[in-house]
Design a protein around this ligand. Structure first.
Ligand code: CU
Length: 120
């Protein structure tokens, strides 16, 4: 009886603690998925808090695209199909930043932008 209790409850308790720890880490460092395609970013707009490290996970479903922002400290990053790019940055100033696609990618290139809203 006692042994059966340890065999079933203990692993559950460990799993629950691991879940809480991973959820806490996800809150501290949110990763936002962004998919580039011809010719848009999905989502086209994201909202993140100022002075908190954020990670973007970028990929493309069609075409080669890119992002860059001196204001946000994002180096030019090429986004290619089948590839995932992790971009880590900490916005220092609230505001609305419009990142135009950084790679000439075709007829819709000039309309292709990712808006990052940094909230106070
Ligand atoms: Cu482009």
């Amino acid at each position: 009886m006692h042994q059966a209790f340890r065999a079933t409850v203990l692993p559950l308790a460990i799993a629950a603690v691991a879940l809480v720890i991973s959820a806490g880490a996800a809150l501290a460092h949110p990763t936002i998925d962004i998919v580039a395609s011809n010719w848009k970013f999905t989502p086209a707009k994201i909202s993140i808090p100022v002075n908190e490290e954020t990670t973007l996970r970028l990929t493309s479903s069609s075409g080669v695209h890119g992002i860059a922002s001196d204001d946000l400290g994002i180096a030019t990053t090429k986004i290619t199909p089948g590839d995932f790019q992790l971009v880590k940055f900490t916005p220092k100033k609230a505001g609305t930043y419009v990142l135009h696609c950084a790679v000439v990618c075709g007829p819709g290139h000039s309309d292709m932008a990712l808006t990052i809203e940094v909230t106070p």
